[in-house]
Design a binder for this molecule. Structure first.
Ligand SMILES: Nc1nc2c(c(=O)[nH]1)N[C@H]1C(S)=C(S)[C@@H](COP(=O)(O)OP(=O)(O)OC[C@H]3O[C@@H](n4cnc5c(=O)[nH]c(N)nc54)[C@H](O)[C@@H]3O)O[C@H]1N2
Ligand SMILES: Nc1nc2c(c(=O)[nH]1)N[C@H]1C(S)=C(S)[C@@H](COP(=O)(O)OP(=O)(O)OC[C@H]3O[C@@H](n4cnc5c(=O)[nH]c(N)nc54)[C@H](O)[C@@H]3O)O[C@H]1N2
Ligand code: SF4
Ligand SMILES: [Mo]
Length: 886
């Protein structure tokens, strides 16, 4: 096959929405590069985007529909879904049926799912993982603006003098946008403030880090509003002409004031003052926020506390100013545009408004549109567990891991009479599927997505769907047709769906609603194919060009009186239970995406962190008897999880942080979702995923092990394990609560045994330490290292043996001893995933005179591609300087 034509598409990971150019190669691989013409990234990609080509392999893909675990044909599977849905509706009413979707579906998929549920099944029990992600931003926007509008654009981050990042680890989670911000800082000296209880890599790159107490953001920004008022920073004209409700909001802010803000945030007074002064004096300020704000039981108030300050100063909708909600998923925004939440209608119409409902009903010609909001994610799964919902269709999300109280979710799914799952691979959720539907994946799908700055981009397929996999929109329309709604779902392409969606956004709009892309209502097939990225709104007749759009500089809010609303945000206290005194914070790491179904496929991305961990402050570790690098059990009233202890002062005392990513697919007992509290924000219904009460205790390990293996073992006999792909095979961390009698037999089970293999082993007298390596010819088949303490073998170095073809003599002994020879460099833990550069290599370069991140880049290329690791490189340079100084 000759190498294919380049296809311009969009990255399927975060809400930055980078343009990607994918070029299939002669050898079947796909070359990936950033699209230099895409306004979001101008050619840049982060480590995850750059590794997209490595996630396209077909192993693990779902290729055929299954019923009860057995392969079947599409007709049978679709007939069954339609029949069971209709039977359930007939017997128990439409509210007994639910759809649980995802901000990773394309707008066209999302549109038809929502149309089917709200318009034709006739109830609104369709919610999505956006409830866990964006719901508080949506609710905060609607309270303040009357609409779910992100007022600004990415350029504002580049044109601001001050950028405040609240609850956002932008370096890792929106890396390309962060690179744009850093480049702007080079040019104009932007000040960056990070507000996060943890000292993240983003915090380390900032000019000021406020390590506030968890959930004290409301007090921080209420205190700021009070400060702005006292110091005379009110934009009287803006407030007078364009807003309402200031008095109540100010009263609440005065109630808080500096003293309560100080008490709640537990910051040093001079830091708090510095921040207030900086914010007040910077006309061009962007306050960008993400999950540290949204994923909270006071998330909506956090959003409004921030927006209040921008309304008060009139710093909104002008270049370099405004509140900015960073969206998580690639299409979190598109999902909201089609009303993909249980309390919304499509096209930013209001489900609680009779006239809006009538508008949609008549446009769809629907037999009976939902008349009231449906259940939000946490309540929706509670209803599944309690038997009120009897049939559920899950698409493009993995709630068995990602919802709080995840064991309860699994239990609910087990009890549910009918579970349909559309996915591209097997997950902890697909285990519960009665019907499993193979969806086409990123490279095979066409449609549109909307990024954080309201920019709609095309996703274009460049590979044929494997096996019998089909795009989600097609699957949904096929089920709808079988339920008797063929006419309303007679779409032959994503372009047709997009046109309908665009047309609906313009119906009776005339500027009365923010979301309007009626300019696309007549788009031809070929115009859709070549559609360049554009920002909404694009009202009827407007050109689809690259111009920037902003909202609210001159008021024009979407409230009945067109005024922006101040919302009072009273400061509340969160109770801490003495049995669960620590606050469990969960979130993301640089190289993994959510439940790891794609990113875990690439060794490069597994080399940054190969197992889950818990960041804990040294004093909390000592109080709980946790030694560095041992295993620890996190216990909450909901459940438990076992992870590696990472003792660090970057973590605030009283809080612990565990990544959300690891599932039963990669580790034993490590799913943190099982320990997360399902409490939700009363306004948005978004769970407070960052602050569960928990305690931590040592995991009593009789032994620890580490293994590198060419082949994935069928079973892993250990109480704890974490399995990761490595170049040439696999790597596993192991631990057991009980001693093992016969280590040689254990190793043979894990690694394999048989004729023609050569095995070397070593054990100390009481067999507490044991090492074994098995060779097939001159290549390594596997090696196991066991010790009563955490195994002190260089992981990167050991893993490199899997790809060596000539391990002989002394090399074998060195491997067995677990130590590289003096003539061999141990690269150390991988810091730069793009060029596989380890911490020891960077330390050596620094030792040899590389004194800056750029100098390290010149020497090793580390940090010169996506740049996501530059802060970590800086940290190593600083550590070396510190070592020299003491
Ligand atoms: N590498 C990577 N990038 C991703 C993703 C991924 O899985 N991996 N997922 C994408 C998605 S869907 C999302 S939603 C975004 C999320 O992007 P982010 O929101 O940036 O990421 P998180 O790590 O979830 O949380 C951000 C920070 O909130 C802090 N935080 C916790 N509690 C509080 C608090 O009370 N106040 C404040 N101010 N901060 C607090 C946490 O310590 C954490 O550092 O990332 C997107 N990008
Ligand atoms: N404790 C804790 N929990 C969290 C969070 C947290 O910070 N802490 N964050 C929350 C947030 S912000 C989010 S966004 C969620 C994310 O949580 P999930 O949505 O559950 O995570 P993913 O792993 O992205 O799941 C996407 C699924 O869709 C499949 N998939 C990929 N492409 C397609 C496709 O084209 N079609 C179909 N049908 N399937 C596809 C993937 O294989 C995968 O199984 O997690 C939430 N849960
Ligand atoms: S920043 Fe990275 S993950 Fe996000 S869209 Fe761009 S390349 Fe993809
Ligand atoms: Mo998210």
């Amino acid at each position: 096959m000759a190498s294919g034509a380049p296809t311009r598409t969009t990255c399927p990971y975060c809400g930055v929405g980078c343009g990607v150019v994918a070029t299939p190669q002669e050898d079947g691989s796909v070359a990936i590069r950033g699209d230099e013409n895409h306004p979001a990234n101008l050619g840049r990609l982060c480590s995850k985007g750059a590794a997209l080509g490595e996630t396209l392999s077909l192993d693990d893909r779902l290729l055929y529909p299954e019923i009860e675990g057995h392969r079947t044909g599409w007709d049978k599977a679709l007939d069954l879904v339609a029949r069971r849905f209709m039977e359930t509706m007939a017997e128990y009413g439409p509210e007994a049926v639910a759809i649980y979707g995802s901000g990773q579906l394309l707008t066209e998929d999302y549109y038809v799912a929502n149309k089917l549920m709200k318009g034709f099944i006739g109830a609104a029990n369709i919610d999505t993982n956006s409830r866990l992600c964006m719901a508080s931003s949506v609710a905060g926007h609607i309270r303040a603006f009357g609409s779910d509008t992100v007022p600004g654009t990415y350029e504002d981050l580049e044109e601001a003098d001050l950028v405040v990042l609240v609850g956002s680890n932008m370096t890792w989670c929106h890396p390309v946008l962060f690179q744009r911000l850093l480049a702007a800082r080079e040019r104009r000296g932007t000040r960056i403030v990070v507000i996060d209880p943890r000292r993240t890599v983003t915090a380390e790159a900032a000019d000021l880090h406020l390590a506030i107490a968890p959930n004290s953001d409301v007090a921080l920004f209420a205190g700021l509003l009070d400060h702005l008022d006292r110091m005379g920073f009110r934009d009287a004209e803006y407030v007078e002409r364009h807003t309402s409700g200031l008095d109540d909001a100010l009263a609440a802010a005065q109630d808080c004031g500096f003293p309560r803000a100080l008490e709640a945030t537990r910051l040093p007074a001079e830091k708090l003052r510095e921040f207030y002064t900086l914010w007040s004096r910077s006309e061009r300020v962007v306050t960008a926020y993400s999950q540290g704000v949204n994923q909270s039981v006071v998330g909506t108030d956090k959003v409004n506390a921030i927006i209040n300050c921008h309304l008060f100063t009139g710093r909104i909708g002008r270049p370099g100013m405004g509140p900015f909600s960073l969206t998580g998923q690639p299409n979190a925004m598109g999902g909201r545009e089609v009303g993909g939440l249980a309390n919304m209608l499509t096209a930013h119409l209001d489900i609680n408004s009779a006239s809006h409902r009538e508008l949609v009903r008549s446009f769809w010609n629907s037999p009976g549109l939902a008349t009231r909001p449906g259940l939000k994610a946490v309540d929706l799964f509670r209803a599944v567990g309690e038997g009120r919902i009897k049939a559920i269709w899950i698409m493009g999300t993995n709630p068995a891991d990602s919802l709080p109280d995840a064991d309860a979710i699994q239990k609910a799914l087990r009890a549910c009479p009918f579970v349909v799952v559309s996915d591209v691979t097997r997950t902890d959720t697909t285990r519960h599927a009665h019907v499993l539907l193979p969806a086409a994946a990123w490279a095979e799908k066409s449609g549109t997505v909307t990024n954080s700055e309201r920019r709609i981009s095309r996703q274009r397929s460049f590979l044929k769907a494997p096996g019998e996999a089909r795009p989600d929109w097609r699957i949904i329309c096929d089920v709808a047709a079988r339920m008797g709604f063929a006419e309303a779902f007679d779409f032959q392409s994503p372009a047709e769906i997009f046109r309908e969606h665009a047309a609906l956004s313009g119906v009776a709009n005339g500027g009365s609603r923010d979301f309007d892309i009626a300019a696309c209502a007549e788009l031809t097939g070929s115009a859709y194919d070549t559609l360049a990225p554009f920002q909404w709104p694009r009202r009827q007749g407007a050109p689809l060009d690259n111009t920037t759009t902003r909202f609210f500089a001159e008021g024009g809010f979407y409230t009945p009186d067109q005024r922006g609303r101040f919302v009072p945000t009273p400061v509340t206290e969160q109770a801490v239970s003495p049995d669960f005194p620590l606050i469990l914070n969960t979130g993301r790491i640089r190289d993994q995406w959510h439940t790891m179904t794609r990113t875990a496929k690439t060794p490069r991305l597994m080399s940054h962190y190969a197992e889950s961990f818990c960041e804990i402050h040294p004093e909390d570790a000592e109080d709980s008897g946790i030694e560095p690098a041992t295993l620890a059990r996190i216990v909450s009233p909901q459940g438990t999880a076992v992870v590696r202890a990472l003792v660090t002062e970057r973590q605030r005392k009283g809080s612990i942080f565990v990544p959300m990513h690891w599932t039963d697919q990669q580790t034993a007992q490590g799913r943190i979702g099982a320990a997360v509290l399902p409490a939700v924000d009363p306004v948005s219904g978004q769970p407070g995923l960052k602050s569960s009460g928990a305690r931590i205790e040592p995991f009593d390990a009789a032994w620890y092990g580490f293994a590198v293996l060419r082949n994935r073992p069928a079973t892993i006999p250990a109480d704890y394990w974490a399995l990761a792909r490595a170049e040439g095979g696999w790597r596993i961390e192991l631990a057991g609560a009980e001693p093992v009698e016969d280590w040689a037999a254990y190793a043979a089970d894990l690694i394999g045994s048989g004729e023609g293999l050569e095995t070397l082993s070593y054990s100390d007298q009481d067999q507490a330490s044991f090492r074994l390596a098995t060779f097939s010819g001159d290549a390594l088949l596997g090696a196991l290292f066991v010790s009563p303490q955490p195994v002190a073998v260089s992981r990167t170095w050991a893993v490199e043996h899997l790809t060596a073809s000539d391990i002989r003599g002394i090399e074998r002994l060195r491997l067995l001893s677990g130590r590289p020879g003096a003539d061999q460099a141990d690269p150390g833990p991988i810091v730069c995933a793009c060029f596989s550069v380890g911490a020891n290599q960077i330390a050596a370069a620094v030792e040899n005179g590389a004194a800056s991140v750029d100098a390290v880049g010149d020497a090793l290329r580390a940090g010169t591609n996506c740049g996501s690791c530059r802060v970590e490189i800086r940290r190593l340079i600083d550590a070396a300087a510190l070592k020299k100084a003491v």
